[in-house]
Design a protein around this ligand. Structure first.
Ligand SMILES: NC(=O)c1ccc[n+]([C@@H]2O[C@H](COP(=O)([O-])OP(=O)(O)OC[C@H]3O[C@@H](n4cnc5c(N)ncnc54)[C@H](O)[C@@H]3O)[C@@H](O)[C@H]2O)c1
Length: 434
């Protein structure tokens, strides 16, 4: 199959490289010259484990190529995937679909007959109808289909998720589109990943429902963690006790500083907006969003309270981890942003280290001293706070840490440590829900 991927970001690049690895011919298109230049020079513009090797291998075979020029990519395409960003629109939380519609408009006059245009971006119900209308307006005689194929990969484990997905959701309104998408994903059915076929609108909604449900699980366990702290229970026991029930499942039951990232915050808001537009309000999701916003802000206060509150001007905190989760360089809506800002608002100086996220962090966080390693960040600080669960923070040398810190205080927002271990080294240890 000849595939064109419009948008070469986290989703477009991973999907494009994996499709090429399946044996398809893939052209990845992006508007961002620096991204395409980097890729043509063998550099990967994002951090994603294993992606450099996958891209290099498929680029070398000629099955994967990169271009700025859509007109060069489209001739002979069987499928054109749209994988552009759909951020929150300022003001009302609706998904900003301007990039999706711009891509549809741009491709419309150049699409080959029989092509299937596939929306991989996360888009509200009915977006496929509008993409179809936009293309039809420009090319009234063209034979084409529009399908939805939402992406469920997780940053940090994206390649494995793409190649061994729990399921692939295919939303189609005609048989031709279904045939083409089944052919594209045929290599996956060999390892028994189910292809779930449904209507285009069903697929569009499935993606939002999945993200809202996962966000709800996180929000739920975070509130249970708060209750555990008040009643003297350990949230890890409770999570285990409920998670072994197969109706509940044990994943996404790790309490922490609140969810962030490029998907959950914007997708929950967009789903709420869709619910309002269709007069089917989603009260549960509304509560989850409110609860998570409050939580992210409260994490800074948790650190401040652990430091004794009061006058903290002139104090320094070492923040370990900035990205919204480990194994990515993505800073979008990271809880670390709220934590750092709350500390700075209290007059505290912030030193920080993140293994991959510091370049992105510099674009959103001012007046932070960025350090080359965790121990450099800890040197001379009055407290340490772990915000992201990077492996390198799981086995810090507690004796060395204690020697570097002015006060042995560790606030562990990811529950990486055992209280007894940390306290045995003379630390005050503050965790989540314990
Ligand atoms: N990042 C994730 O983990 C993830 C997971 C599942 C789904 N999604 C969804 O996938 C979509 C893409 O997300 P992302 O994280 O890859 O975004 P991203 O911002 O990393 O990448 C989007 C890319 O599209 C390019 N672009 C925009 N308009 C274009 C156009 N007209 N022509 C060519 N290129 C264009 C941008 O330059 C950018 O490189 C979003 O809808 C997101 O919600 C993301």
């Amino acid at each position: 199959m000849r595939i064109v991927m419009i948008g070469t970001g986290y989703v477009g690049l991973v999907s494009g490289a994996c499709f090429a690895d399946f044996g398809h011919n893939v052209v990845c298109v992006d508007k961002d010259q620096s991204k395409i230049d980097a890729l043509l020079n063998g550099e990967i513009p994002i951090f994603e484990p294993g992606l450099d090797e996958l891209v290099a291998r498929n680029f070398a075979t000629g099955r994967l190529s990169f271009t700025l020029d859509l007109a060069e990519a489209l001739p002979g395409a069987d499928a054109v995937f749209i994988a552009v960003g759909t951020p929150s629109r300022r003001g009302d939380g609706h998904a900003d679909l301007s990039y999706v519609y711009a891509a549809a408009k741009e491709m419309a006059p150049m699409l080959p007959a029989g092509v299937v245009v596939v929306d991989k971006s996360t888009v509200p119900v009915g977006t496929g109808d509008e993409v179809e209308r936009i293309i039809r307006e420009t090319a009234p005689e063209l034979e084409f289909s529009v399908a939805s194929n939402p992406e469920f990969l997780r940053e940090g484990a994206a390649i494995d998720d793409f190649k061994r997905p729990d399921r692939v959701v295919i939303g189609v309104n005609d048989e031709h589109a279904e045939r083409v998408l089944r052919e594209i994903y045929r290599p996956l059915t060999r390892n028994e990943s189910p292809l779930v076929t449904m209507s285009r609108r069903g697929a569009e909604l499935t993606k939002y429902a999945a993200n809202a449900f996962l966000a709800t699980k996180i929000g739920f366990i975070n509130e249970i963690a708060d209750l555990c702290e008040k009643v003297g229970a350990d949230v890890r026991d409770v999570a285990k006790g409920i998670g072994l029930d197969t109706r509940i499942g044990n994943r996404f039951l790790m309490p922490g500083p609140g969810y962030g990232g490029s998907c959950f915050p914007k997708d929950t808001l967009a789903l709420i907006k869709t619910g309002q537009d269709y007069e089917a309000p989603l009260r549960i999701v509304e509560s989850v969003v409110a609860s998570n916003d409050t939580r992210k802000r409260s994490m800074g206060r948790k650190v401040i309270n652990a430091m004794g509150g009061g006058e903290l001007h002139g104090k320094t905190v070492a923040v370990l981890g900035l990205t919204f989760k480990a194994n990515t360089d993505d800073m979008r809506d990271s809880p670390a942003i709220s934590v750092v800002q709350a500390l700075q608002d209290a007059g505290i100086t912030v030193k920080a280290h993140d293994p991959e996220g510091m370049e992105q962090a510099k674009k959103v966080l001012d007046k932070v001293t960025y350090c080359d390693g965790p121990y450099e960040a800890l040197d001379g600080a009055d407290a340490a706070v772990i915000v992201t669960e990077w492996d390198t923070f799981r086995a810090l040398d507690l004796e060395k840490m204690k020697a570097l810190l002015k006060t042995p205080l560790l606030v562990d927002l990811r529950n990486l440590y055992s209280r007894s271990d940390v306290e045995a080294h003379g630390f005050t240890y503050v965790a989540v829900g314990r």
